[in-house]
Design a protein around this ligand. Structure first.
Ligand code: NAD
Length: 420
């Protein structure tokens, strides 16, 4: 199984990062093994009746990396490329992220190999409910709490909540986060990840002594994370000059009008053809000059082929795992790019998910202002601690962030000891 997981390029990348950090921390060999491998890998098959009457069988996965520090927490992804290795890697990163942010969770992730863009909402509902039904014996508010990720939204969480609650015979809002507010979702959760991305960029600008007003950003991905990051950055006085999504890429050196873009996307389903900007090749977009480059789509987009050519001052990893280890090495060697690693940059999502879970357990709700203020406090604290760690150990932000997370998990494993 170890070999099979390591063969997956995304898990291989997460494992390579882990080994590098474990060497840096001089982790004991036994603890190292216990920290590296996921506790539970669950795969279920999902027969679903399609709108044309056919039955199609999908594969769904859920990986619970560790339960040593609390229930696992992580998104559910709908994407054609989903496989168990990718899901295991994402679960591992979630584990280090939760530990870095001081949240009482282990890392989890789930995914169904499907293309939601070609499926009707009825088909997606049947698929989501079937997954919730099949995975129900392995999840729970104190075991595993899902949230939206690529290709899923608050609506998918509502279907999981409904399926799980119906099984239990009671309303269980704390089974998922990122759900609609009327089902006791948290105010501020939808924009939390993008808001956190933009907020960490302002922390990095302050650290570099650059005034926010008029700084520029390029964003790859205009889904939940990318679009809210754009809104918040523009709200802070930044200018977003380039944006891409699966449909194409656009460029306007004067800054893209995000209200007009929202309207265009809701009418046309993507940014392609937006009249307020010029089309640009998506790969070339990443190489344009900007203060902050924000990959907010999928993993492994900053590679050895483009890392040396980036012209950004800050690389803000809104997506999970957007930079390959080879690219990481190039960026570290260049020394002129300030990296905000994914485990910190996009931690706004899981942090507000944690706030949502806490509110649900208490049957109490906070205002959006309270939620976003508490989020900023948490991110500020984590950013400052990480900076101090990196300065003390003379290491880069990625190594520092992963080292902080991994050391926290390793300490808990060591203290709890080995059962039986
Ligand atoms: P989403 O499905 O809402 O949006 C994904 C976006 O990426 C879409 O605009 C899509 O068109 C675009 N995209 C896909 N392929 C692309 C390509 N080749 N080039 C350019 N754009 C492309 O997903 P999301 O929730 O915004 O998640 C984006 C990333 O952020 C993922 O890596 C996810 O794991 C991570 N993340 C999400 C959250 C969250 O709260 N949603 C939290 C933490 C991390």
């Amino acid at each position: 199984m170890k070999e099979a997981l390591l063969k997956d390029p995304v898990f291989g990348m997460a494992a390579e990062q882990f080994d590098r950090v474990a060497d840096f921390l001089e982790l004991d060999a036994e603890v190292r093994e216990r920290c590296k491998w996921p506790k539970r890998l669950i795969t279920v098959t999902l027969p679903v009746t399609m709108d044309d009457g056919r039955t199609e069988v999908f594969f769904g996965h859920r990986v619970q990396h560790h339960l040593s520090r609390g229930p696992v927490k992580g998104g559910l992804r709908f994407h054609p490329n989903v496989n168990i290795g990718e899901v295991a890697a994402l679960a591992m990163w979630m584990n280090w992220k939760c530990a870095l942010m001081g949240l009482p969770y282990g890392g989890g992730k789930g995914g169904i190999a499907c293309d939601p863009r070609t499926m009707s909402m009825r088909e997606q509902e049947r698929l989501t409910r079937r997954f919730a039904q099949e995975i129900a014996p392995f999840i729970g508010p104190e075991i595993d709490v899902m949230a939206p990720d690529v290709g899923t939204t608050a609506q998918h969480m509502a279907w999981i909540l409904d399926t799980y609650s119906t099984r239990e015979g009671r309303f269980v809002p704390e089974i998922v986060t990122g759900k609609p507010v009327e089902l006791q979702g948290s105010e501020g959760r939808t924009q939390a990840t993008g808001h956190g991305v933009a907020f960490t960029i302002t922390l990095a600008l302050a650290k570099l002594g650059i005034k926010i007003q008029g700084t520029t950003a390029i964003v790859q991905g205009y889904g939940n994370v990318g679009s809210h990051a754009v809104d918040t950055m523009i709200g802070y006085g930044m200018k977003v000059t380039g944006i891409s999504d699966i449909s194409g890429a656009i460029w306007n050196a004067k800054g893209i009008d995000h209200h007009a873009l929202h309207e265009h996307v809701s009418t046309h389903g993507g940014i392609k053809g937006f009249p307020g900007a010029e089309p640009i090749d998506p790969d070339t977009l990443l190489l344009q000059e900007c203060d902050a480059l924000v990959p907010a789509a999928l993993e492994r987009v900053i590679t050895k082929d483009n890392a040396a050519k980036l012209k950004c001052r800050i690389l803000a990893e809104a997506a999970n795992g957007p930079t390959t280890p080879e690219a990481d090495a190039i960026i570290e060697q260049r020394g002129d790019i300030f990296l905000i690693p994914d485990v910190l940059c996009n931690a706004g999502g899981v942090t507000v998910s944690y706030f949502e879970w806490v509110q649900n357990l208490q049957r109490f709700s906070w205002t959006k202002h309270e939620v976003l203020t508490k989020l900023e406090t948490k991110l500020n604290e984590a950013f400052t601690n990480l900076n101090n760690f990196c300065e003390k150990h003379n290491c880069g932000m990625r190594l520092g962030a992963l080292a902080t997370g991994i050391q926290t998990v390793a300490n808990v494993k060591q203290t709890r000891g080995l059962f039986p």
